[in-house]
Design a protein around this ligand. Structure first.
Ligand code: NCD
Length: 334
């Protein structure tokens, strides 16, 4: 399965290196994969880089090796996580590396004593070869990258981005559907606060002839920055609330959780939380070969009766996270 019809020689590629976002990234030509330093936002990847990463992931699928023996990954998590933290750690261990882990850094690191994120990064960067950071504030990964002596991977910054989730999401689409072009993708749920949906849109915009339909409660519509990006890059999108007719037509349905932790008051969350749920009757209307994805965790937005549907790929999707993250770790550390 090729993402591109034509291979571009490494000498013609651009790559991003350096620290942080936009002004900090420098586009240069030269060797591609090994030159990326920090992974901060989905816009930094391009198609060729993604193709190389996915081919690399395919080669590593199900493998164990010692390629990162002696290397150390630190996971510094200021917000809860199951999949992101454990799949990065599993990926590192499968490649022979070791992990240092702080799963509740907000309470159990020196943050509780008043240490700044930057100071924590300066220190942890001397204990590990790479840091996976999850933080509750948008922009935290950029701040970390500015001072870090080692690569920073953004494992989610508040309602900002989650670029490695987006990589595994499109890897799932590629594996399960065979192409990242010409898809009609319904992105569904809490689009205002959901960082995975945001990072996914940036990536979908890089491939040809994709069409996105956003479905959400009025209060949780996709923010303008993403819509502007899609307009600028000629990606066709619309907004709808007619989920039942979209389920029949879509190639990919990407469901997301209503992000309880980002609401200012509980009544608003409770009022919106049951919007646009998917049950077995609805999933059974999906066309052959179409897939239902979710970054997980789900609460009640996909009923458990859907789990054994041929369209449900969300558990497999979580598994692909290990493979993609193995490829990413080798890319950054070898
Ligand atoms: C997502 C996240 O943390 O943004 N989870 C994940 O990393 N797989 C989605 C969510 O929490 O709803």
């Amino acid at each position: 399965m090729a993402l591109l019809s034509k291979k571009v020689p490494a000498s013609q590629h651009g790559y991003y290196s350096g620290m942080g976002m936009r002004s900090i990234f420098r586009r240069q030509s030269g060797i591609y994969l090994s030159s990326m330093q920090h992974v901060i936002e989905s816009q930094q990847f391009d198609k060729v880089w993604i193709q190389q990463l996915f081919e690399h992931a395919d080669r590593l699928h199900g493998m164990r090796s010692e390629s990162l023996h002696g290397r150390i990954l630190a996971s510094l998590f200021y917000e809860p996580s199951t999949r992101t933290r454990l799949s990065f750690e599993s990926a590192m261990i499968r490649l022979g590396g070791s992990v240092l882990t702080t799963e509740n850094a907000r309470d159990f690191s020196s943050a509780i004593k008043g240490e700044t994120l930057e100071d924590s990064i300066r220190i942890v960067g001397q204990y590990a070869d790479l840091i996976v950071l999850r933080h509750f504030e948008v922009g935290a990964a950029v701040c970390a990258a500015k001072v870090s002596p080692v690569p920073i991977i953004n494992g989610g910054d508040g309602a900002g981005q989650h670029p490695t989730q987006a990589l595994l999401d499109i890897y799932t689409m590629w594996r399960e559907r065979g192409s990242l072009d010409n898809n009609h993708i319904v992105v569904l749920g809490d689009l205002k606060h959901g960082r995975t949906a945001r990072s996914l849109c940036y990536l979908l915009g890089k491939f040809a002839n994709n069409r996105i339909t956003f479905v959400s409660p009025e209060e949780l519509r996709m923010n303008d920055d993403i819509k502007e990006y899609l307009n600028k890059h000629g990606v066709s999108f619309n907004e709808s609330t007619d989920l039942s007719s979209l389920m029949k037509k879509a190639d990919v349905v990407y469901q997301t959780r209503i992000q309880k932790e980002r609401f200012e008051n509980e009544p608003d969350y409770l009022r919106l939380k049951g919007s646009f749920t998917i049950d077995r009757t609805l999933v059974d209307t999906m066309k052959k070969g179409s897939i239902l994805m979710h970054p997980l965790p789900r609460v009640d937005e996909i009923h458990s009766s859907v789990d054994d549907s041929e369209h449900a790929v969300y558990f497999k999707q979580a598994g692909y996270g290990v493979t993609v993250r193995m490829a990413l770790l080798e890319t950054l550390l070898l």
